[in-house]
Design a protein around this ligand. Structure first.
Ligand code: KIV
Length: 263
């Protein structure tokens, strides 16, 4: 088990100490992430795009996620390891339990799934099976075809209220963490304030309890990045230095700045 736990992250929220999370897909980079003192690694299905070169996360399989989780677990022992359940792998409670179990056996310590209150039954059953859960609301890339593109979510009042209600439902069902992606800063701040569990933002302003970025984006590997990304490799002497600068900027809330934030 990693040294960073749900309890230690919860304590950070209570103490109002923001923490950094980064995606990672292999052992070499996981070692650098650990050395930079980053608290949690997300083995994200973004690997479909940044590692496999796919156009979306949809082609990623449970086998892909298990392989990259095994690689990451070899490289780091301090950060908490969270792994995405990929597209189509949690459409029923049974599928969800079976696939989450496979990811935990590969080295994940928590699974992440995208969506709202319709996932509550699965979350209850995952917790019963000893599997911690991270929710994901706002822009949920596995639903890109339904959303009509990669767009900011929650700008209209009705959508914002629905997101807040979903966030509360996921927490009540047993989610231990929540990712909010591409959400206006004021809504993300409101949801973070309303929940007891830590809220991790990406493109959600600097008032969430934590931040996450895709490793290839923050290291300047990705050619075309979103507004919410900062290239921390610019002016850094090494990968570890870039990751360290990211962690410090999250901890002192200088990242994300207004230029990375949606209103
Ligand atoms: O897959 C991923 O990298 C993610 C983050 C963008 C939160 O889900």
């Amino acid at each position: 088990m990693s040294q960073v736990t749900i309890t230690s992250l919860l304590k950070k929220k209570l103490n109002k100490e923001p923490f950094a999370v980064v995606t990672c897909y292999d052992a070499g980079f996981a070692t650098r992430v650990e050395k930079a003192g980053i608290d949690a690694i997300l083995v994200g299905d973004s690997l479909g795009m940044v590692v496999q070169g796919q156009e979306s996360t949809l082609p990623v399989t449970v086998q892909d996620m298990a392989y990259h989780t095994r690689c990451v677990a070899k490289g780091a022992s301090r950060p908490l390891i969270i792994t995405d359940l990929p597209f189509g792998s949690y459409n029923s409670v049974e599928d969800c339990l079976r696939n989450a179990t496979a990811l935990m056996q590969a080295g994940a310590e928590m699974v992440k799934l995208e969506g709202g209150s319709w996932l509550c039954d699965s979350i209850v059953q995952l917790n019963r099976a000893g599997i911690p859960v991270c929710g994901h609301l706002g822009l949920t890339p596995q639903s890109v075809n339904l959303l009509g593109g990669y767009r900011v979510q929650g700008r209209e009042d009705e959508q914002a209220e629905a997101m807040l209600a979903d966030a509360k439902a996921l927490q009540a069902a047993g989610a231990s963490l929540l990712v909010l992606e591409c959400v206006p800063k004021t809504l993300a701040a409101r949801i973070s304030e309303a929940l007891d569990i830590p809220v991790i933002g990406i493109g959600a302003g600097n008032q969430t309890d934590a931040q996450v970025l895709v490793l290839h984006d923050l290291l300047g590997v990705t050619e075309k990045t979103a507004k919410f990304v900062r290239n921390f490799a610019d002016g850094s002497a090494s990968v570890e230095d870039a990751l360290l600068r990211y962690r410090i900027a999250v901890e002192d809330r200088s990242f994300p700045g207004d230029e990375h934030t949606f209103t």
